[in-house]
Design a protein around this ligand. Structure first.
Ligand SMILES: NC(=O)c1ccc[n+]([C@@H]2O[C@H](COP(=O)([O-])OP(=O)(O)OC[C@H]3O[C@@H](n4cnc5c(N)ncnc54)[C@H](OP(=O)(O)O)[C@@H]3O)[C@@H](O)[C@H]2O)c1
Length: 336
């Protein structure tokens, strides 16, 4: 049953460097009322994702920044509490970019019905949602893996990276993950079947890559940038493909690093470096979701969730992305 209060987390200050909890404020607003053609949705699961750091910063080249005082952007799964739209009934589960709040009023085109038989509802924000689709479509469409290829992925134990490695294995490749702790790396090799895992925080990343990828790197799925990329690029094999998906090591820097002054190894290897933005691939979502759901049902894909309880704890949880404290898909349970 809906209450008459809608708790919302709004952007209080634009982060300067690392985000802080004080960059966010919780406010209480009136429960919104749907008009004709709209639905009222109660948030159950809120997805936290590193891209949100770009949206609350000043990265207009990516997407318009969230204005100060606005509800923080975010994908969520919710339940329809009231429907004034013919395509949705009370009780339906939907996915929408409804933001960090308890309730949202949405037009029909802003919500997608979730099929709860495909997996637990939360998977629609993880392995069967935006991160899973990013992994699958980024790897298949831009990485173009061939059987026998060595696929290296950074932030490998995260929501995207863990699926990249498993899809690479399904495609007949060797999967090598790069992550920030021994526990994460043991998970990659022992539970997900990666061929090797490298801790980028200890030891020489380049030497570890030489050991794990003796024939070079055919596909690099880039999630982090920085020192990890510096070690990967010189080890690309002939005609390698690089999927530039993310650069989490750069998101909080006041002046992101640049290495454009020497890309000669791209010439020497004839490697192809391709940017990937999941939001340009909407036409492929159904195909991707069908594949991922099939592998999940067959037990060929595993996933891990990192669940935080309560909307009020979303800001604190979001900060954990940037010190490597998250392990798996980061979710906030807003309501049961
Ligand atoms: N292009 C797109 O369409 C698209 C869509 C979704 C996600 N992405 C990007 O994909 C990447 C992964 O997203 P995700 O949701 O799966 O996040 P995630 O991997 O679950 O979480 C981010 C992880 O990045 C690692 N990290 C943090 N700071 C780092 C640093 N300085 N150097 C190296 N690693 C660092 C941390 O793990 P460790 O312990 O391993 O350090 C952290 O847990 C992000 O860059 C995100 O922006 C892009």
């Amino acid at each position: 049953m809906a209450t008459d209060v809608n708790r919302q987390i709004v952007l209080a200050a634009r982060p300067d460097g690392n985000p802080k909890e004080t960059d966010f404020t919780l406010r209480e607003a009136a429960l919104p009322e749907p008009r004709a053609g709209q639905i009222l949705v109660r948030t159950i699961w809120l997805s936290l994702d590193p891209y949100m750091r770009l949206r609350i910063g000043n990265n207009e080249q990516y997407y318009p920044a969230v204005p100060l005082g606005d509800v923080v952007v975010g994908g969520a799964i919710g339940q329809v509490m009231e429907s004034r739209h013919g395509g949705f009934a009370e009780g339906d589960y939907v996915e929408a970019y409804s933001g960090w709040q308890d309730y949202a009023v949405l037009g029909g085109g802003e919500a997608r019905k979730v099929d709860p038989t495909l997996g637990p509802l939360s998977t629609a924000l993880g392995v069967l949602g935006m991160p899973g689709l990013t992994a699958y479509l980024g790897l298949i469409d831009v990485g173009r893996p061939e059987p026998g290829d060595t696929v290296v992925v950074s932030a490998a134990s995260g929501a995207v990276g863990a699926i990249v490695g498993q899809v690479a294995k399904i495609a007949g490749c060797r999967a090598v993950g790069i992550a920030g702790s021994e526990t994460k790396n043991a998970y990659l090799t022992d539970e997900l079947g990666f061929n090797a895992a490298i801790n980028y925080k200890t030891g020489d990343i380049g030497a570890a890559l030489d050991r794990a990828c003796p024939d070079g790197i055919n596909v690099y799925f880039e999630n982090v940038g920085g020192a990890v990329s510096e070690a990967v690029y010189p080890r690309l094999a002939a005609r390698a493909r690089v999927v530039v998906c993310g650069g989490v090591s750069q998101y909080n820097l006041k002046s992101p690093q640049t290495t454009l002054s020497n890309l000669q190894n791209i010439l020497f290897t004839e490697a192809q470096v391709g940017g990937f933005n999941i939001f340009s691939y909407a036409a492929r979502y159904d195909d991707g979701r069908k594949r991922l759901a099939g592998w999940l049902a067959e037990g060929r894909l595993k996933y891990k969730e990192d669940v935080v309880e309560g909307l009020e704890n979303a800001p604190g949880a979001f900060l954990r992305f940037f010190d490597g404290e998250t392990f798996g898909k980061l979710l906030v349970r807003v309501a049961q």
